[in-house]
Ligand binder design. Structure first.
Ligand code: GTR
Length: 422
């Protein structure tokens, strides 16, 4: 008897250890799961029209994701000052206007600054823009020598010359391949980008970035339902949008929020939680982004919460190795963006992010778009590689790895022109 009990305990321990270490990449090992229906309320009532969706379904899903996944923003913090610190009418070989704006936030003796770098088409008075964070500073997205180098903390990356957590001249232009700025400008769309580390350094430390602005008494970190870093980064995107509402050269009604990977999780949450964003793009966002959690394919909830304990709110840990217990899944995050245009993209070699889970999520979210007579993903059969489906909800899977490529931008630009800007 004792032996059997010991064996059972051993098997349980091994199972936990296995689920923490091994990622599943085998479609035949994807568990059977039931996806919650976005058109049913938590207590099982059917949602039949867009009005009911907005009032009831959307609201309770938004509340759930806020309190249990990304975390709530504790309070309001408005822009204290906005200053154009540098500008040119003749940037990018005369193609575009360049603006660098410093936003400052203040509370007590705390200050936070972040810089928005903008390239805007010259011939448009009020330009639509793609707004997205970059990973290593604004000066990495272009060779332009005028772009200010951020002084904020950065993850080291010796291949970009980033050591001692400091960005330097050596990393100028190292990420131009991820930002097809010329193509955007040629299409009449500007780019606004921010270094995400200025809003919240990407490390498990809640003493820096925007989080401490709201601590009460001796609080050292956010409460279990309060914001992790993804929610803090989303907050920053919304503040950039606040700025555009006051700024004449950007059309605040045509801001398309974009992000890759962890910053794709961020663009989705920004688009879901702030309905002012006109369109949303998720590039290889994976777990905690577009990918369905219940498939447990590639990265899982337990894995992401242990590798990156600061990204989500603490309550999300209740679902570590326990995705079955989630009353929602990520297709419902996507549905929160309806009826606004949404683009989900994957890369064939990015199995860690579960391309199929990202696709199915867009497909199941389309049900909510139907309520608004907006066209989503018409079938649950994945399209062939490099063959985009472009509707109000769009999807593509391209060849290649976890990255942002010219192919991706060409699709986003076409879709933006057709679905967002028309
Ligand atoms: C990975 C992480 C992914 C993705 C990626 C990134 O290590 O597991 O969820 O966010 O980082 O942001 O580059």
């Amino acid at each position: 008897m004792k032996k059997i009990a010991l064996l059972i305990i051993f098997a349980m321990v091994m199972q936990v250890a296995w689920s923490q270490e091994e990622a599943n990449y085998d479609e035949s090992k994807v568990p059977d799961f039931e996806l919650p229906d976005p058109l049913k309320t938590f207590n099982g009532k059917k949602i039949r029209n867009s009005k009911k969706w907005i009032k009831k379904g959307r609201q309770e899903l938004l509340d759930f994701f806020t309190e249990n996944v990304y975390g709530e923003v504790p309070d309001e913090l408005k822009i204290a000052s906005a200053q154009i610190v540098e500008q040119s009418e003749n940037a990018l070989n005369g193609k575009a206007k360049r603006r660098q704006v410093e936003l400052t936030f203040q509370k007590g003796n705390r200050n936070l600054h972040f810089f928005i770098l903008m390239y805007l088409p010259k011939n448009i008075e009020k330009a639509p823009v793609f707004l997205g964070y970059n990973f290593y500073g604004n000066h990495t997205v272009t060779e332009d020598v005028n772009v200010i180098i951020s002084e904020a903390w950065s993850r080291d990356n010796p291949s970009f010359g980033i050591i001692n957590n400091q960005l330097t001249e050596q990393s100028r232009g190292v990420r131009t391949n991820r930002w097809a700025i010329d193509k955007m400008i040629d299409a009449g769309i500007g780019l606004a980008t921010i270094y995400y580390g200025e809003v919240d350094p990407d490390k498990d430390d809640f003493s820096d970035g925007v989080h401490p602005f709201f601590y009460v008494d001796n609080q050292q970190q956010p409460a279990a339902s309060e914001w992790g870093s993804i929610s803090a980064w989303s907050w920053g995107l919304s503040r950039a949008l606040d700025y555009f509402e006051t700024y004449s050269e950007v059309d605040e009604n045509k801001v398309i929020v974009f992000g890759h990977s962890r910053l794709g999780k961020t663009s989705l949450w920004a688009g879901a939680s702030d309905e002012r964003f006109a369109g949303v793009i998720s590039n290889c966002s994976g777990c905690g982004g577009a990918a369905l959690a219940k498939r447990k394919f590639g990265e899982t909830v337990g894995r992401i919460n242990s590798s990156f304990p600061h990204w989500f709110c603490k309550n999300f840990r209740n679902f570590n190795n326990n995705e079955e217990a989630l009353p929602v899944d990520q297709h419902e995050l996507l549905a929160l963006i309806a009826p606004r245009p949404l683009y989900v993209a994957s890369a064939e070699e990015d199995q860690w992010a579960d391309p199929k889970g990202e696709f199915l999520s867009a497909f199941y979210a389309s049900k909510v778009y139907d309520l608004f007579d907006k066209k989503g993903i018409p079938s649950d059969k994945m399209p062939a590689v490099n063959e985009p489906i472009q509707n109000t909800v769009s999807y593509h899977i391209r060849t290649g790895k976890h990255d942002v490529t010219d192919f991706d931008w060409e699709q986003y630009i076409n879709w933006a022109k057709e679905q967002v800007l028309k």
